[in-house]
Ligand binder design. Structure first.
Ligand code: ZN
Length: 217
């Protein structure tokens, strides 16, 4: 079961103190989808790994509400003009929280890889929220960001390239763009850097290209 706990946070943008729910422990007994979306038995932990300030909409993980947060005047301005109006309409869903966190990460000029991860999680939340249209929207945005990170010289660790190339293919497949998916699955072979350790990625790419499955295992 997923265990949640109430925590107290202080917003580095508008200084308001607020309470949020955080994940103490979770499980992966719900299986793993072929886009690496791990599901828990019981409550899904994802929406509780990102926190949103109800006052201004600033969003991020717990550490983004500590001294470590990189909050520039420009970031504050963008949060106030673009996120605050959304936050004022009421509590955000999991996918909306991740979308806000992805915007914050982008405004902080964080690596595309980091922004892509947040967008992917927004898509995963949409699956649980039953919003197919929004799910596709976030899958496309995540795919583009992962592509951007793969294109940059050191945006992705060598040993991660094959897995992320596979993931981009799988994201396109799940948006219904089989031609694009195939192009990316076909590239996985060349990106493998440890044939023994990454044979599973080659197998997964072949599987998803020829006879796709929704779940691993
Ligand atoms: Zn705030």
């Amino acid at each position: 079961m997923t265990t949640l706990q109430s925590i107290e946070l202080r917003c580095p943008v508008c200084e308001s103190a607020f309470r949020s729910q955080a994940v103490v422990s979770t499980n992966s007994f719900g299986g793993k989808r072929t886009d690496f979306h791990e599901r828990a038995a019981g409550t899904q932990p994802l929406p509780y790994l990102i926190h949103t300030c109800a006052g201004c909409g600033y969003s991020g993980a717990e550490r983004d509400f500590t001294e470590e947060a990189d909050v520039s005047p420009v970031l504050k301005e963008r949060v106030m003009s673009e996120l605050a109006p959304v936050a004022m309409t009421g509590a955000l869903t999991g996918s909306e929280k991740y979308e806000a966190a992805a915007k914050v990460a982008e405004w902080q000029s964080l690596e595309p890889r980091h922004v892509a991860d947040l967008l992917l999680r927004a898509a995963w939340c949409c699956v649980d929220e039953g919003d197919i249209e929004a799910e596709r929207y976030f899958r496309r945005k995540a795919a583009w960001k992962f592509e951007e990170s793969l294109e940059s010289y050191d945006g992705v660790q060598r040993e991660e390239r094959a897995v992320l190339t596979y993931l981009v293919g799988e994201l396109w497949r799940r948006t219904g763009d089989t031609a694009k998916a195939r192009t990316w699955f076909d590239r996985v072979d060349q990106e493998v850097d440890d044939l023994h350790g990454q044979q599973w990625v080659i197998d997964a790419a072949r599987q998803q290209r020829e006879c796709p499955r929704e779940w691993f295992g």
